[in-house]
Design a protein around this ligand. Structure first.
Ligand code: G3P
Ligand code: CA
Length: 267
């Protein structure tokens, strides 16, 4: 049998809290991340954006409109201005019930998140909008170096994985810091079966340790093929217990879920 040449474990089914435990607390906030940790998530997934004054902040959209009481582009705001805003919406636009004082839901910087959470749980950081944010790749690498986030923990698990749909951004990160494990995100349309042609697989192998894929498209054969190429397979975004169990049986390396307690609910 072939050897698994990859820092991401093959025999574990990692639970990744998508934007934190975002079913229960507003996405990409400290309460959502702390809850993910309390629910025993293995990884926390979050999205980063870059402010006008060069600070990495945690938000999914490049505009604050959907998730805060204000509007406008992060790119045009200073971190001090952003820190005035409260991230208070759950997915679907429904106002969140705050379980903690308002202050806890302020838009967090990446530094605040890493300092508040992450003792045990690790991170999958998504790079978005890299065309607008010149130099965000180098900024992230520098941040990870400063906070000793490159490399494995004492159990051999990568402390931070970076993923993106943007291949150019991932290649840039790989060039700057080849030890950061990367995942190429790939989306498939409804009804489509996952497939990546040989040339593309070979390219992905030059910079990434795996892929993150629309979960509905996954098949056991595809997962096996990717594993045979030493590529890990993550599935997003799985909020259905039956689907999660099916993916686990397929040997998928991990799932992104808004409910990190998804597999603990049966009574
Ligand atoms: O888990 C993959 C996912 O994070 C990519 O989609 O829009 O939730 O960032 P999105
Ligand atoms: Ca994301």
């Amino acid at each position: 049998s072939s050897t698994w040449d990859n820092p991401i474990p093959k025999d574990e089914f990692l639970v990744v809290a998508h934007r934190g435990a975002s079913t229960y607390e507003p996405e990409n906030t400290l309460p959502a991340f702390k809850l993910a940790e309390n629910l025993d998530a293995d990884y926390i997934e979050l999205d980063i954006q870059l402010t006008k004054d060069g600070e990495l902040v945690v938000m999914h959209d490049k505009d604050v409109k959907r998730t805060t009481e204000s509007e406008g582009k992060i790119q045009q705001a200073t971190v001090a201005e952003l820190k005035q805003l409260t991230a208070d919406e759950k997915k679907g636009g429904e106002k969140a019930d705050h379980t903690l004082p308002e202050e806890a839901y302020k838009v967090p910087t990446l530094k605040e998140v890493i300092e508040a959470v992450g003792e045990r749980v690790h991170f999958i950081i998504e790079l978005k909008n890299t065309k607008e944010y010149i130099g965000i790749e180098a900024k992230l690498v520098e941040f990870m170096e400063e906070h000793a986030l490159i490399g494995p923990d004492q159990n051999g698990m990568p402390k931070v994985i970076v993923h993106s749909f943007n291949k150019r951004a991932l290649k840039q990160i790989h060039k700057l810091a080849p030890n950061i494990p990367l995942l190429q995100l790939i989306s498939f349309d409804e009804g489509e079966e996952a497939e990546v042609d040989e040339k593309e697989v070979q390219d992905i192998q030059t910079y990434a340790k795996g892929i993150g894929v629309t979960y509905e498209a996954l098949t056991p054969a595809f997962v096996n093929t990717m594993h045979g190429k030493n590529l890990a397979v993550f599935a997003y975004t799985v909020n259905d217990e039956t689907a999660a169990l099916r993916l686990q049986a397929m040997g998928v390396n991990g799932i992104h879920t808004d409910q990190p307690d998804l597999l603990k609910e049966e009574g």
